[in-house]
Design a protein around this ligand. Sequence first.
Ligand SMILES: Cc1ncc(COP(=O)(O)O)c(C=O)c1O
Length: 457
Amino acid sequence: MTNQEWKERDLAVLWHPCTQMKDHEKLPMIPIKRGKGVWLEDFEGKQYLDAISSWWVNIFGHSNAHINAAVSQQMSELEHVLLAGFTHEPVIRLSEKLVEITPPALTRCFYTDNGSSAVEVALKMSFHYWLNKEKQDGTFSKKPKRTKFINLSNSYHGETLGALAVGDVSLYKETYEPLLMHPITVPSPDSYGREAGESEADYAIRQFAEMEKALEQHAGEVCAVIIEPLVQVAGNVRMYDPVYLKMLRKACDEHNVLFIADEVAVGFGRTGTLFACEQADISPDFLCLSKGITGGYLPLAVVLTTDTVYQLFYDDYENLTAFLHSHSYTGNALGCSAALATMELFEQRDVMQDNRVLAKHMADSVAELVDHPHISDVRQCGMIVAMEMVKDKANKSAYAWQERRGLKVYEHALANGVLLRPLGNVVYFMPPYVINEDEITLMAKVARDGIALATKT
Ligand SMILES: Cc1ncc(COP(=O)(O)O)c(C=O)c1O
């Protein structure tokens, strides 16, 4: 079968995610036959370097021998069993490992099967926590006092209605606004907005004043603050200084509000540390993880929380404090075995140190873009690099979204064997950690040429 034949069969029956299907009247649809390392290969042998880890999930390359072996072995023993009343070895071993490697206050794992559903769990659990607390304190009334969440502008937490509501990317959210709850949104500490000469830390501290104000005004009605630590990836890959996380942890404690860290995108080493929260030396009350957890193999997500939270749900059944939330594939055994194999790969070599070398090479390979007349910012956080295309560098005025400049980069990159998928006008790299220096050089050249092309007129 040729690419064209697969494409026709696909377009006859599929509806693809995050896609205006009419675009495919002109845009190529790439059927992939196999993957190995950072490379994807179509049905006619053409290869594509996966510079964005297939939506930020792949960590140790496609068709990784170690993960393959672990999943095959698990498949011959047990593919899945419900997780209510039953358990299995991979989920126990994975939970022990996650408790060991995540920030110290996190001692309990609750599983779901995608990032959005992990966020839903954290939102529901934090709401329910306060109800249970009122029951415990004897102040419970039918009208809950805490029903609000504080989020950041430009944040993204997924597509299900709760997760969408606490996000702030209008492209995804605006249409569904009438269906959504309304968070208290405070300005992001994203460094792109800082004044000339202002440090990223100073800007984050300055922006924190609004968060402090929101907490002062609303603490009594707020369940939790939800944020993406260090990088708002879906929000145009904007980055901020860790000092903000430190201040937020302190303020949440002072105002008695829970702290949800959504590391669905940035967990498992993307920011240069295994978890982004480590850079501020903080433990959140909830940590949402997914994507890289299985090395990009299988859908699995987890919310880690503290013993304090867990204990408030632990009571006689009749008191109705239990968290009665479930998904059919919760804690799937194959997913957990892929995750355990991924954790083993982190232990087989010093991945964070090796990534520092790769990250430096990525920085060097796009350094010349700093002076590009239509690039306002080249930013990096660990293994994530972003380049923002603008109409006017002097005042950072954006290209109109209708011009779809990013799409031009996408098309150029595909024609040249690289999968880049810009977010709006932002071209970025977030490759698997098995990329080598030659591959980085190629990825960067294609990106630079694509940017030149897309910003020419
Ligand atoms: C920070 C963050 N949270 C949640 C999600 C949603 O995860 P999923 O796409 O698995 O539902 C994403 C997805 O990109 C994300 O970046």
